[in-house]
Design a protein. Structure first.
Length: 91
C-alpha cells in the first residue's frame, strides 16, 4: 500500500470523524486496502501505524476526538491479523 499524499492532522476533526460510525468506517476502509495489498510501506514519522499499535497507543491516538473509541480501537487491533499473511510483504 502506498501513500499518495502527505496530510497533516486538522485542528478540528474532519467530518468523517464527527459522525458516530466514522471511525469504524475508516478502519473498515483501511482493512480492505490492507487485505487487497500485496506490499505495505508506511512512512509515519510522528506516529505508529495502526497495524503496529498497542491497545493503549491506539486509544491515545484517538483521544483528541470526542466520543467512545472502543470499536475503532478494537478494529485497529483486528487489522493486525494481516501481518501474519505470508503472501504479503512489509517494509
Amino acid at each position: 500500500m502506498r501513500a499518495g499524499r502527505v496530510t497533516t492532522r486538522p485542528s478540528k476533526p474532519s467530518s468523517w470523524l464527527q459522525q458516530p460510525a466514522g471511525l469504524s468506517r475508516k478502519q473498515n476502509e483501511l482493512a480492505e486496502m490492507e487485505r487487497a495489498s500485496t506490499e505495505f510501506r508506511y512512512l509515519l514519522p510522528s506516529m505508529v501505524t495502526g497495524l503496529l499499535a498497542t491497545p493503549e497507543y491506539a486509544a491515545a491516538s484517538l483521544a483528541h476526538i470526542p466520543g467512545d473509541h472502543s470499536d475503532a480501537v478494537a478494529r485497529k487491533l483486528e487489522r493486525q491479523a494481516v501481518l501474519h499473511d505470508t503472501s504479503k510483504r512489509q517494509s
